[in-house]
Design a protein around this ligand. Structure first.
Ligand SMILES: Cc1cc2nc3c(=O)[nH]c(=O)nc-3n(C[C@H](O)[C@H](O)[C@H](O)COP(=O)(O)O)c2cc1C
Length: 350
């Protein structure tokens, strides 16, 4: 468990903030990166149909800051010429890595041949990878699910083919498309991919604690791990895993710091987007952040019904004052079940 390289780019520590549409935007990525322990951040998935038709939203999604480097842009689509053009645009804006989405389960994406639809059309995926390789000089990476369905698990074959096409890092979310977010990620399949190729492989799925993260990592033998939903519940999870890896006591933020991080996020959101969008994003993070914490359910109710920045700030202050007054933050253990069901559904239904 040491830093690894994607060509000459060092991923150090080997911990990656997994891409999440509607979540891992410019603001959220910086918030998480500043907590420490993150070796690579990835954009939300960006439509090449949008990019190549100069859709302002798609172009905005490519925006990033120097403090985020190394930074990967993830694109999705099903047509090789458009994927190559989109990849070229990502290189032009300065991304360090170009990542292709082969995992999105949303019907709209799959219907057009993209996302996890590429898992059941290997010739199409191969063509896309070859066209992209011709168009860019930065490393090309791939994020895969394990297969389209339980009866067509093919992640090992896809990874081998991708390696032949010049892909330089494979990331595997250990679920099939059919599975959506149900059940547990299959880390055994992730291990099989690691053993089958010579390029770096990172594993992904269900890591919401230091212990489980280290266990999956150790057992699968992967080079790195990606964490998505766990980062919303605990923005310090990367730093804590890094601490454990380097033999230190994992960092434990106190109440003041937890409150400060919510306020920092809110301030960034308000500076970077319209108020109405900022309010929605704030509710999303605060909702996840307080899951499994004492008084969290009630806090979320008040937050969801807040209609202005002032109201949100007041509610945050009251919540943390109550906690400081003796209700405590529990033992800090975050319930594994309290995953982001609602956000998952939103991504799966795009
Ligand atoms: C709200 C949401 C949005 C997501 N968007 C993307 C995406 O844009 N690209 C992608 O490759 N995976 C996306 N995913 C999948 C995650 O990157 C990750 O593979 C999955 O959530 C499993 O990891 P976790 O258990 O650590 O969250 C998304 C997941 C969620 C919950």
């Amino acid at each position: 468990m040491k830093p690894f390289k994607i060509r000459n780019i060092e991923i150090n520590p080997p911990l990656i903030l997994s891409p999440m549409a509607g979540v891992t935007d410019y603001t959220f990525r910086r918030l998480i990166k500043r907590r420490g322990g993150v070796g690579l951040v990835v954009s939300e998935f960006i439509s090449v149909e949008g990019l190549t038709r100069h859709n302002p939203k798609s172009k905005r999604q490519m925006f990033f800051d120097e403090e985020e480097r190394p930074f990967a842009i993830q694109i999705f689509g099903g047509q090789a010429p458009r994927m190559a053009m989109g990849a070229e645009m990502a290189e032009e804006v300065g991304a360090d890595i170009l990542d292709v989405n082969c995992g999105c389960p949303a019907p709209k994406v799959v219907k057009n041949g993209g996302g996890s639809g590429l898992l059941k059309d290997m010739p199409r995926l191969e063509e896309i990878l070859k066209e992209i390789k011709k168009a860019i000089t930065i490393p090309l990476t791939l994020k895969l699910r394990t297969g389209y369905s339980d009866s067509t698990i093919n992640v090992v074959d896809v990874a081998k083919m991708a390696e032949q096409c010049g892909v330089e890092h494979i990331q595997v979310h250990g679920r099939t498309r059919e599975q959506g977010y149900k059940g547990l990620a299959n880390w055994d399949l992730i291990k099989q991919v690691k053993e089958a190729v010579n390029i770096p492989v990172s594993g992904n799925g269900d890591i919401t604690s230091i212990e489980y993260g280290l266990q999956c990592w150790r057992e699968s033998g992967t080079d790195g791990i990606l964490i998505g939903r766990g980062a919303m519940q605990n923005p310090w999870i990367f730093r804590q895993i890094q601490d454990a890896l380097e033999g230190r006591e994992p960092y434990q933020p106190d109440l003041t710091e937890k409150k400060a991080v919510l306020l920092e996020f809110f301030e960034m959101l308000r500076a970077e987007m319209p108020e109405i969008v900022a309010l929605g994003k704030m509710k999303q993070l605060a909702g996840q952040f307080t899951k499994g914490l004492i008084g969290g359910a009630q806090f979320r109710q008040t937050l969801y019904h807040s209609h202005s920045a002032v109201e949100i700030l007041d509610n945050i202050t009251i919540y943390f004052e109550n906690l400081a007054a003796g209700n405590g933050f529990g033992d800090g253990i975050i319930e594994a079940e309290a995953l982001l069901t609602d956000s998952c559904d939103a991504y799966a239904a795009i």
